[in-house]
Every structure is written in structure tokens, then in C-alpha cells.
Design a protein around this ligand. Sequence first.
Ligand code: ANZ
Ligand code: ZN
Length: 815
Amino acid sequence: VSEYDPQALQAKWEQRWEEQDPYRASEDPADPRERRYMLDMFPYPSGDLHMGHGEVFAIGDVIARFWMQQGYNVLHPIGWDSFGLPAENAAIRRNTHPAEWTYANIETQAHSFRRYGVAFDWSRRLHTSDPDYYRWNQWLFNRFFERGLAYRKGGLVNWCPNDQTVLANEQVVAGRCERCGADVVRRELTQWYFKITDYAQRLLDDMKQLDAWPERLLTMQRNWIGRSEGADVLFEIEGRDEPVHVYTTRPDTLFGATFFVVAADAALADEIVTDEHRADFEAYRAEVAKLSDIERLATDKEKTGVFLGRYATNPVNGERIPVWAADYVLSDYGHGAIMAVPAHDQRDLDFALKFGLPVKVVVHTGLADPGETGEATPGEGTLVNSGPLDGLSKTEAIAKIIEILEADGRGTGAVNFRLRDWLLSRQRFWGTPIPIIHCPDCGEVPVPDEQLPVTLPDMRGEALAPKGVSPLASAAEWVNVQCPKCSGPAQRDTDTMDTFVDSSWYFLRYCSPGYTDGPFDPEQVRKWGPVDQYVGGIEHAVLHLLYSRFFTKVLHDMGMVDFTEPFVRMLNQGQVINGGKAMSKSLGNGVDLGQQIDEFGVDAVRLTMIFAGPPEDDIDWADLSPAASQKFLARALRVMSEVTSEPGAAFEGGDTGLRRVTHRTIDEVTKLVESYRFNVAVARMMELTSAARKAIDSGPGPADPAVREAAETLAIMLSLVTPYTAEEGWERLGRTGPVASGGWPVADPALLVQESVTCVVQVAGKVRDRLEVPPGIGEDDLRALALASEKVAAYLDRAPRKVIVRAPKLVNIVP
Ligand code: ANZ
Ligand code: ZN
């Protein structure tokens, strides 16, 4: 069979792999191999696998299979992130239970993964919507609750009017719902939160351990956490007993504070507004409620606000400054109120110019007066109009004013974070019920561990339709229970958890998926954790990747894991696009993975993905040719099929030229795979194929041991990318056992030294000698060698004026 028939190869090998289960991690404690943990972000079962899955899992598989070939005991698990809204919406449309859609899609995807030939350990498969998985979400919630890390509070939250549920800050992207794109509005609700802010500093500090993460990702997390240093300053407000705190990063500009702004939606504004201004204020507040944070903070937005009729006192100079309410101050950042310094802050300046408030320069920067130019001067400079701070630099003034404030009890140095607590509750059905019982007498009572899981009641179809409160609230029998503490009548919490809770620890569950004494067996996690390589999208930068880091730290503090960072190395793959644009229904430029596989075969599709470019880059399917990939695979398989020597023959006697190519390929591909340059590695494999082809046709012939060596090397290397072709080739080479355990070849250093190259030596532009030199020769050595040549000496009667050396190929002597 010399014809390349990918579908026949797939039928043959998929079946055998299913029987042999060759990619299972060994659980044998006596297994001497070093362990490695390779993880791809687990899929959401939205339908069949798409091109994006095709790419990320092809990339992950290269790494997993590379380690397997290198002799590591590799854990490469798969599972499904199977709770979430789309299942619920499908169930409403079809009048079914969300589980039907979910588990049917999981089966479809599982089948497609097998066909795609991904080297998974299927024995550890998990689904987060299984009660024996989400039970542990509840168990973990109880632990967080005990530690004060899960708490309920009222306040303004992000509400998606389309999905009819609240969203975490991380799920609001540019003012819109991350999932459906609807404009997010603010609502006053009492909700559960995880106290991720307690870990803000550690989330920053531990980035030291993440030197194998992409810098771009770390920057996104750093900005999201948003640590700043400054001061907390106390302002008296006339008619109010307690002073009000403001957070500022520029306490040095305190003498330039000419007015005071409270967030329009902060309780303080409502409290201090005078009767005379109340009607205006309330109308304004209603407008502000419609805006997202992004809109509120947009610097180019026309400033709006209302005077509250009150005055505050600047604590350093006793000046009476008016108090305004505005939308550009956020109620849940800092203290929800600011001192406004229009000369040195652009938003304050825009506001001051709009409402005719004074502008007072306190830092002389050398730039023109902001009150005249409309351009604030936020930069460095020398303090002026600032009493004891006059003449100081910004940095000196910050230190000095903090000293003064602290001495007077009017303020302190302070650190602030942009990060907010993680809003956990969702008013939807298909998620983990929050294991809390609300008792009129005992308050919030966790469901005792031994009563977990709190499973979802059987609800389907219309009953799941969004109504702004959780569908669980209408399951009366489920809701009404006895209080675990006092046995009085009580009610279950009817919200479900954000599904990002599920994915915050799934990588730990894979280490012992059947474990029943806890979320994971600490012993097994000690063995397998942390994840050595994680592959997934950058869109999770401040969602899943931040939450899992937080969970890991909490689990560490609970003594359940011995590491503090879950993912050692991180690779963010690019997207598969088509015709220069992201694939979308509206553009009609979608490419179907299954259809590509039907047409070109799994291996050609995988090869095309990997060969397209560096894994971090987007790949444009319109520019690629899976047909060309298929042609290459046919050529590679032909080479592997034509070897006539017996397996096991010593390679030493083989053709040295081809052996050098093979060993150089081994050396380079090893380094290329280690450094994620998979596309270049594939190019080297292609070159090796051509070299072997040439050796068969017009070199030492198919019986030469060097040809076998090249072909076996090719099979092993190709197994990283194109497992079917590699497996078939391996078999045709007469090798038994799966190619995945063929063993990564090691380059022989003796064969890496290149043969000599010819160096031309010219005197006055004429060739006078040719020298055989090592390709890596240095300039000085080569100059000395050329000048020592007798043939050259014959043309020189004195020391040359100039010697131009272009190592290793040319020496040009000017006499
Ligand atoms: C006075 C000042 C003068 C400020 C100046 C800046 C420049 P980061 O770095 O993001 O932490 N701020 C404080 N609370 C706020 C809130 N709730 N909503 C909107 N803005 C708020 O920013 C801290 C700065 O953002 C603070 O420092 C404050 O303005 C503003 F020349 O205070 B600054
Ligand atoms: Zn009770």
C-alpha cells in the first residue's frame, strides 16, 4: 500500500489505540521515571470541536508526546467544563434538561478527540457538572466560608440584562457581558463573594515564580490587580461628625485640592446632599446607574456632575472646598470619594473647567498654566504654593506630607488595589448550588460536609427561563429545609456558583479523579503537581488564570498543597482566523474542523496548524494548504515504507553524510520543541525527509542503515504532530509497539561536527589559494592560516596593507 489514505490510517489506528490505551500515566509508585504534567485548558461542551480546539490540542499534544518520547511518566488528562449558560438556554428552547444537551455534546467531543489522536489519559476524565465533582466545589466553599474567605454583602453589582444574572468584574469587558455582549448595568443586590483581595499582594509577589509565563499575560494580571501607593487623607465635611477618607496617589498635591467629589452612587452622597439639591442629585444618580465603569472612566467623555450643597475642609490649609457628586469617581474604588486637584489631574481639570471651579498649580513643571491650556500637568516638578512642601520634588513632597498627616492624625500612607472581591453568585440553574441554608434564627448556616452534595432539583424547559431570580427559588420542595443547627424551618440559598469556581481547581482533581475523601488526594497532588506546562487562551488572563492562582494559594494555606503557583509554564496559543478575520457566523467565514478532517485527514490538519507559524501567533487558514501538508505526509510515509534493512541493525556503518543530517536534525528539533518553535521543527523534519529520499534514490540506497536511522528518527519526530502517519510508518519499518514509546533519539556529538568548508584566499583580488577549514573557525585563526600559506606568500613581498576576513569562506589580502 503505497498510496496515502488518511481515512484508512485513522480507522486502523484509532481502533488500536483505543484497545492499547498507550497514553495512560503510570500510577505505579515504583515507576522510576520522572513525572511531568501537561495540561490543556479543558473544553466547554458547546457542540463539536472547532478549529480553535484543533489548534490548542495539537499544540498541547506536541509537548505531551515529546515528553513521553523522552521517557517521562506524563500526565495528560482531559475533562469537560460542563456547567454554564448555553446548556440552560438550549434546554429552555428545546424543553429539556440542560444535562441532555451537555452530555450529548461531551460524547460528540470525546469522539472527536479520539479521532483527532490526542494522547490523553482517558482514565481520568471528569465533568464538572457531575455531582461527584461539584460536591467538592461545595466542600471547598465551606472551607472558604470557615476561613472568612466566602462572605455575603449588599452593593451595586454588574448585571447582564440579557443573561439575567450578575457577573464578576472580570466578566465585564469594555462595559459588556463577556459572554453575550449585552451592555452591563448596575444593580443593588446581596451576593456571595470570595475574598480574593486578601491575596492581592501575594498574587503580585508570587509572579516572581512565573518567569516561564508570557510577559504580556503577567502585565495583564499586574494591571488588573492594580497596586498603587499613596495616602489616605481625612477631610472634615461640614455638618457631618465623622471625617471622610479619600485615597490619593498624589498626596503631594494636597494644597492644590480645590474641590471634593463623591461617587454619585455612593451612600455618602445620598447622606450629605442638602434638601435644596436632593431632587437634582437623585435625577443625576438615576442617569449614572445606567453607565458601565468603562463609560464612567472614559477620559474623552464630557464630564457631568451635581453640587451637593456641602463644603469640605482641606486638612492642610483649612480651605473650604465645595463637595460635588460625579460619575467619574467610582463608588467601589478607594473610598468612593476624591480630593480633586484640577491642575495636575486631567479628569479633575475637565470637570473644573466645565463647572467653573478654581485651578491651583502646586507643582511647577515648566509647562504652561493648565487653567489656560486645558492640559493638566501630572508630571514631575517642584512644589509651589504648598507651605512646608515648597521647593521639594514630587517624591520628597509625598514622603513629607505623609509624615505631616500622620503626625496630625489627618491621614496615613496607604496602598490601594484595583482588584475587587470575586462575585460568586449567579441567578441561573446549571451550576453548583451554593451550600448555604438561611435560617431566621441562626443566619447563614453551611450545609454540613456529610450532607454534600446539595444536588440540583430536576427542572427543565420553561421552568429555567430567566426571571431575574434564580430558577431554583421556584423549586419549593428543594428550597424549604430544616436548619442544620436549630432544626427550625429554613431555606436554601437559591443561587449557583460562577462556573469559574469549577475550573479553579480541576487540574488538582485529575491527580486522583475518583477520590472520595476530599477534592483530591494530597498524596497524588504532591506527586503530580504543579502543572509543568499549561496551554490555553490569553482571554483567560484575568479570569481563570487569576482565580486558579488564588485557589492554589488558599489551598496552600489550608495545608492541602505544597506549592503556591499552579502552572509552572504557560503558553497562550494564537487564534485560527480565516481571510484575516476571526471566524464568525455573521461573516460566514467559519471553517469546520470535522469537514477539514474529512477532506484532508487528521494528520494533514494537525500538521497545517503546527507548521503555520509560532504557536503564539494567529494563523490564517485562508493562507494555508492542508493539501500540501497531505502531500508531504505521503512522501514521508513512502520513505518509511521503502527502507529494506532489518530493524535493529547498527547504524554505525551507514552513510556518514545522511547520518550527519539525521543527527543535526535531532539536535535542532530537540531544542526547537523545547523552545516552542514547533513550526521550525517541522521544517527540519521536512528537510530530513528530503535527505532520506535522496539517499534512497541516488545515494547509498534503501538498504543502507543510515536510511533506516533517518526514517525511524522521522517516525518518532512526526509522532509529535502527525500520530497516524508516524504510527503507520513505524509499523512499516518493522518496529513493534506504539511509536509514542519509541524513545526520543539522542544526537551523537561526533556527527554534529560539520565537515570542512573551502576558504578562498585572494591577493589583490585574484584567487591564490584554497584552504579546507572548520566551518566554525574564528577570524583571527583564519587570518593567520591564510598568511601562513606558501602560495599566498609568493605574492607578498612585504607585510600586507590590509587583510579582510569573512570567516569561514573568504580572506582578501590587499598587498
Ligand atoms: C488626587 C490626585 C491628584 C490624584 C493628581 C491623581 C493625580 P490609581 O493609581 O488608579 O490607584 N481616585 C481615587 N479614588 C477614586 C475613585 N473611587 N474613582 C475614581 N478615581 C479615584 O489612582 C488613584 C487616583 O485616582 C487617586 O489619586 C485619585 O485621584 C483617583 F494630580 O488624588 B488622585
Ligand atoms: Zn437555625
